[in-house]
Design a protein around this ligand. Structure first.
Ligand SMILES: [Zn+2]
Ligand SMILES: [Zn+2]
Ligand SMILES: [Zn+2]
Ligand SMILES: [Zn+2]
Length: 131
C-alpha cells in the first residue's frame, strides 16, 4: 500500500510540473502587479491602497529591482526601454523601476520570473528571495 501511495504522489507531482510549464509557455511574457500609489509589487492581481494594482510587463530583473512598463505581458513588440527616450518603452508606454525586496527571483539572473515563494523557476533554477 505504501508503494502505491508513493506512486500516486510522484504522478501528482509530475502533473503539477507539466501544468506549471504549460502556464509559463502560455503567458509568454512576464508580468507583475504594481500599486500606482506606493509602488508595492504583487505577483497576483490584488488591491493596494484601496485600488486595483496595475498589471505591468516585466522588461528586466536586475539587482533586486524590476524594470516594468505599462504594456500587456504578451506584448511582443516591446522588449525594453527605448534608448532614444530613456523613460518610455519601445511601445511608448511609461517605464518604472520597482523594488522586489521580499519577492523571489530566478537565481539565473536572466529570467523575468517573479514569485511569492521559494521554488523552481521555469528554467529549472531555484528562485531566491531578494533581501
Ligand atoms: Zn499601495
Ligand atoms: Zn512596453
Ligand atoms: Zn508594448
Ligand atoms: Zn529562471
Amino acid at each position: 500500500m505504501r508503494k502505491v501511495l508513493a506512486c500516486v504522489a510522484v504522478l501528482l507531482f509530475a502533473c503539477a510540473v507539466v501544468v506549471m510549464a504549460e502556464e509559463a509557455a502560455k503567458a509568454k511574457g512576464a508580468e507583475c502587479f504594481v500599486c500606482a500609489k506606493c509602488a508595492k509589487v504583487a505577483v497576483k492581481a490584488t488591491k493596494c491602497c484601496e485600488q486595483d494594482m496595475a498589471a505591468m510587463k516585466v522588461l528586466e530583473v536586475k539587482e533586486g529591482k524590476a524594470t516594468v512598463c505599462a504594456c500587456a505581458a504578451g506584448c511582443a513588440k516591446c522588449k525594453g526601454i527605448d534608448p532614444a527616450v530613456g523613460t518610455k518603452c519601445e511601445c511608448g508606454k511609461d517605464v518604472r523601476m520597482v523594488d522586489l525586496t521580499g519577492k523571489f527571483v530566478c537565481a539565473d539572473g536572466k529570467c523575468l520570473a517573479i514569485g511569492d515563494a521559494a521554488g523552481k523557476c521555469g528554467c529549472g533554477k531555484d528562485m531566491v528571495q531578494v533581501k
